[in-house]
Structures are given as C-alpha cells and as structure tokens.
Design a protein around this ligand. Sequence first.
Ligand SMILES: [Zn+2]
Ligand SMILES: [Zn+2]
Length: 346
Amino acid sequence: MFGSLLALCRCLFATTNFPKGSLVYQGRCSLVENVLNFTLRDSDDEACTRRQFYGFDGFMNHSCAPNLHCPGTERAADHMLYDAHAVRDIAVGDEITCDYSVLDYECDGHAIEVCGCGAPRCRGSMKGFKGLPLAEQVRVLHHADAELVEHFMGATNAYIYETKLLDGVGLACDDDMDAPGGGSSCRLVAAKDFEPGDVVFKNKCVLMYPEKGDLDKMLLLRVSNLGERFFGRGGLGSVAEPVGCGTPSRYFLLEPDHHCIHRPTHVEVIGFDIFMDHSCEPTTSQEYTSSTDYTVYATRAMKVGEAITCDYEQGLGNAAEGTASLETTKFQCLCDAATCRGLIRA
Ligand SMILES: [Zn+2]
Ligand SMILES: [Zn+2]
C-alpha cells in the first residue's frame, strides 16, 4: 500500500487510482506522552498530555472537500488503527487530503486562519469542529470519532433519530455530499421497479408533543445504511445502480416545520421518508394502520431511479388525524404535473 502513495514537499500524492469507497491504506498512529507540540492532543480534555504521532500520513494536508476519510478500527493505550477510504475517485497524481475539522473539536492552537485548499466551496479557514457552522457540523458528523460526536451532542442538546433506507428505496442527490454545503438536494428514489398497488415500504414514526418540550431539542436524522443505497447525482430516472458514498451513514438536520408532520395534537418524526418530494400527481399514497405505523403504496408504475413522491396536501394518509397547517410549509410547486395546483399548503 505504501507504494501507492508518495509524500513530497509535505503533501501526499496518489501513485495509483483509487475508486470511490476503496481502501487506500490502513494507518497506525502512536499515542505518546508529551512529544512535539505540533502533534494533536489525543483528547479534548485539557488535562490530556498524550499526543497523536502519525507516520507518513502526517504529511497529509487539509481540504474542505477531502478525498479521504479515516474511521478508527482499533484503539489501545499506546496506539490507534484506522482505515483510510477514498470518499471520491482518486486518480494518479491527485493530492490525498482529509478534513482536519473532524479530527479536533477545539483545534488547540492548530487553526488555519486562511485555508488554501482550493476546493470550490472552501470554508475559508479551519478552526476545528467547533468552528464549523451547524449545517457543516451535521454534514461531516459521520466522519467524526466517538469523543467528538459526544462533545457535539452535549453542546447542541441534540436528539438522534436512527433510520434505515428499506428494501426498494434509495436516495439520490443533485449536489456533491462530500463538499461544503452539499447534501441539501436529496430525494427518495425507487431502488427497484414497482407496479401500481405494490407496497413501496412500511414505516413507523415517533410521536412528539411540543407542549411537553419534545421539540426543544435539536433533531438529527441518522441514515445508517446510506452507503449501500446512495444513487448519486442525476435527474429523474437517469440513475440505475447505487454508487455508494464512501461512508455507511450520514446525519441530516431535521427542521420540525419542514421535515415533520404536524397533526392537531402532536408532531410525527418520520425517518428516511423526509426525503420524499411533493407532487400534485404523486407516485405513492400512504395509509396509516395505527397512529404510528403506515404503509406506502405505488399509485402507478415506477422504474428504478424514479422519484418516490407523495401529495403533501392529502393529510398524508391519516384522514382520521388530519394535519395542522403551518404557514411555514407554504411553497410554489414545480412538479410539472398537468394538474399542478401551484401554491401548496402542507
Ligand atoms: Zn478550504
Ligand atoms: Zn404541483
């Protein structure tokens, strides 16, 4: 593996091609007492004196849109091991980079005041995880180690709702999820063909009661199996195969006004189906079998890669409960249906 990378002028370059998702190398970092001030302290705890001492990959530069992600695989008193994966295709001659922001919460004197990474949407500086805007913290949270995630959870009072993309459904995004600001244009797509009347998926929601303070917490959605169900970029029907995204899971910030279903007495926090777009001629309809369980049916034939849509104005399948309309969910529909109703109040 070491023959595939070249350290030069304090940068690391690839000397072979690495496809997205592939293992670039298995790394080892020694944990040693009080050496060299330019090394990272091993913990956010100020009392910690242990430093992280890297090998050849100590030459790796920071990028705001890195091509490497290095999740830990083993941690012992004197060392840690990690697998360096390509988060995008890496070609011979490309510089190998990682995002320093996910390595350190406070940054402890290692801030980069003016970032020169050259990424199209470079953040401008690197001041550790704490210095990232909230949307960026959530976007890269899957790259952070357990201690950093714990620090972030404590600082934001967040509640994580775990979800899994079920058989037959996948996610497609038009923007680059691995670049700053990415991941904001995702939609649910069919991962197989459906006939009218087929069950597309069955799901369960969590009920929250605003008067009990349930919505005072920051809500995060963690899609734990996105890597195997990510369809990448492309328009309607233009993708046929999941492309993977280098990492198995992703976090998304839930905005209760937009991503939850507001009923007169409570709020439903749904899972991966927050990515279902509205259409005035939707491809699915929902049917609730209890206050928390619902089944989504295909209303017409759907091909792999086609958007799974629903009609936000139809009570979302629960006529008995109905919906509480919020002025914040009013939007101009661009669904292209011949019968498009224009202004939607969901
Ligand atoms: Zn940058
Ligand atoms: Zn419409």
